[in-house]
Ligand binder design. Structure first.
Ligand SMILES: [Zn+2]
Length: 204
């Protein structure tokens, strides 16, 4: 924590300037002019975030190893994993879409989990992780690329649409993916930016 110098926060909605005051657990600061939320106290400790990132890794493995959807019709049975669906896309004429899908549902979440674990593991030991600034910036860039929720929604729509014609079941992989999505929202959100302050790293 910095002492002495006053810290300022700018309202993201109306550009009002406020002096940043420390918040205690459960408190939040609101803009006086437009009532937007300026900041909230952190609900999760570093230890909890670290534990959640390990849980996210386990869920990621489950989501990739187990089938996300299984289909049966007249005695025929077929299952597909996330990787299998990306491969299936790659075989057609839409290889580019396979690349984007692979990035959005496999590579981006994997990188997010790895980077989060790296910075949190070191923060937990009160150290600044090697390559901290690069990791934090990469995490910011990855957030819009991680689209598990879009993929999940697509699979659910497919299940509902196919259910009338075929025997369709959600696989273990799909449940793991749903949990992974919640975990990523919890740990890779904007809340992680506080590590800059807590470890006293200057962004420049
Ligand atoms: Zn405002």
């Amino acid at each position: 924590m910095q002492t002495g110098a006053v810290q300022w926060i700018i309202c993201e909605h109306c550009d009002s300037l406020y002096e940043a005051l420390p918040l205690s657990k459960g408190e939040s600061a609101h803009c006086l002019r437009c009532a937007a939320v300026l900041g909230r106290s952190h609900r999760l400790s570093i230890e909890q975030l670290l534990a959640l990132s390990i849980a996210a890794f386990v869920m990621f493995v489950f989501a990739n190893v187990f089938p996300v959807i299984s289909i049966s019709m007249q005695g025929l049975h077929n299952e597909v994993t996330l990787w299998g669906s990306v491969q299936a896309l790659a075989q057609g004429q839409i290889t580019l879409i396979a690349l984007v899908a692979g990035l959005a549902i496999i590579l981006a979440p994997a990188l997010q989990i790895a980077l989060l674990f790296w910075v949190l593991f070191h923060a937990h030991r009160n150290e600044i992780a090697p390559g901290f600034k690069m990791c934090m910036r990469t995490l910011e860039h990855l957030r819009p690329w991680s689209m598990l929720e879009v993929c999940l929604l697509g699979i659910l729509v497919a299940i509902v649409k196919l259910a009338g014609m075929l025997d369709v079941h959600a696989g273990v992989g799909l449940w793991a993916m749903a949990m992974l999505m919640v975990l990523i929202v919890l740990i890779a959100g904007k809340d992680i930016r506080r590590l800059w302050d807590e470890l006293g790293v200057e962004p420049l």
